[in-house]
Design a protein around this ligand. Structure first.
Ligand code: AMP
Ligand code: ZN
Length: 398
């Protein structure tokens, strides 16, 4: 087993002690993966055979709209009610009769996320891996996966032309990070949010405008698109939205994102101005938040934070729920100097178990059989650069 110290000694240059360079997959056959994602409110289960999706299921917590947000205890109960039936359904749909014989990897989100939600998935998968382990070497291996690594790697499952090193913008309901990745397991955060995530902010701003739905920012995109004929795209001065962490005196070159200020600005505007053109306001909220993302990515390039001579040689990946927004994609492509831009299919942008299965499979392969210890606990916070520095990794394939 790897000790915490041996993992802490790991540097991107030396590689962790268990790495052997090999190109073929470690099982020397196709890999079947059962994947579970329960980090937030959606219960997700998938079964993959290499990069083929045999089954992909999601059960969304139905009370989020009426509650006006996610209540952690309700999410916990939702996973407890949904996960086991969903796994049974997935196994049936994928024609898997015997987990012990037919599944090679059990991949489950270990963090970051809500501890109660994570523990339902992690404990279920620990139990499943023990139950399926009849002391035979081919029994499924357990891999505790980093949720954001799932978002980061999922575009690579669908596009074999994406190569490391690469830059990623991961923008979702819970996270907003700009990352430089050397390989599957070595990642540097270039820019992170100092407060809330862009998806959370857009959801709350949209709610103030009266937009409703399970994913309000998604509904807001539809609202803007369907009203585009009556929107004055040059009216940004009317709406006075903040430019967070901009280069003012004393705050020069702040390399971070911030999205909390938009919500109070929207509330203020709505209470001060009697007639607000709602679709136009929604457009400028979205536009300002996306421009903030882009300005900070540009700043990170100007400051030389991306370790390459020329970003024009680098591929750029955008993923996470907000990454499915077409206006964001257009703005990124118009304004950023990268070689090419890549996105997962739309249904793979928001949380799903396919991305967890794929990321777990890639970790297992690239780290030559790394697995997760049965004593591993859920990680509420887990930064991507610390992927391998946490307790709980072990190596069963020496
Ligand atoms: P995730 O946390 O990755 O599951 O993504 C969910 C977040 O993405 C929520 O805040 C959604 O409102 C947001 N989202 C989903 N689709 C879109 C879209 N098309 N435009 C903007 N935000 C979106
Ligand atoms: Zn997510």
């Amino acid at each position: 087993m790897l000790t915490r110290n041996s993992l802490l000694r790991f540097t991107p240059q030396s590689g962790p002690p268990f790495i052997k360079k090999r190109r073929t997959n470690i099982f020397q056959k196709s890999i079947k993966t059962l994947a579970v994602e329960t980090s937030c409110d959606d219960t997700c289960v998938a079964i993959l055979e290499d990069n083929r999706i045999l089954c992909n299921l999601k059960k969304t917590l139905s009370t989020v709209v009426q509650d006006g947000g996610i209540i952690p205890t309700k999410a916990h109960v939702h996973h407890q009610q949904s996960l086991a039936p969903l796994v049974r359904e997935a196994l049936t749909k994928a024609n898997i009769n015997n987990v012990s014989q037919d599944i090679d990897l059990i991949c489950v989100t270990r963090g970051p996320g809500m501890p109660g939600s994570l523990s339902v998935g992690l404990d279920f998968c620990k139990g499943l891996s023990i139950g399926a382990n009849n002391n035979n070497k081919s029994a499924p291996k357990l891999i505790g996966v980093h949720h954001m690594l799932g978002h980061l790697l999922i575009p690579l499952m669908f596009d074999p032309h994406i190569k490391f090193p690469l830059c990623s913008l991961l923008c979702s309901g819970g996270h907003t990070v700009f990352v430089y990745s050397h390989n599957y397991y070595t990642h540097e955060i270039i820019c992170d949010t100092v407060d809330i995530a862009i998806g959370d902010s857009l959801d709350k701003c949209g709610r103030e405008l009266g937009i409703r739905g399970n994913m309000i920012a998604k509904e807001m995109e539809k609202y803007i698109t369907s009203n585009r004929n009556i929107i004055n795209t040059n009216a940004q001065n009317i709406y006075q939205l903040p430019k967070p962490l901009s280069n003012k005196a004393g705050r020069k070159n702040v390399l971070a994102f911030s999205f909390a200020g938009y919500i109070s600005a929207v509330r203020k505007m709505l209470s001060n101005v009697p007639v607000v053109k709602y679709p136009e306001f929604a457009y400028h909220i979205q536009e300002t938040a996306f421009q903030h993302l882009i300005d900070k990515i540009k700043l990170s390039i100007e400051l030389g934070k991306i370790k390459t001579n020329n970003t024009k040689n680098l591929q750029f990946v955008c993923s996470g729920g907000v990454g499915s927004n077409m206006r964001l994609r257009k703005k990124l492509e118009d304004q950023l100097p990268f070689k090419s831009f890549h996105y997962p299919p739309l249904d793979m942008c928001t949380d799903n178990a396919v991305m967890i299965g794929w990321a777990g499979m890639k970790l297992y392969e690239s780290l030559n059989g790394v697995t997760t210890d049965l004593g591993a606990t859920p990680l509420k916070k887990w930064s991507l650069p610390d992927l391998l520095k946490v307790d709980g990794w072990c190596h069963t394939n020496k």
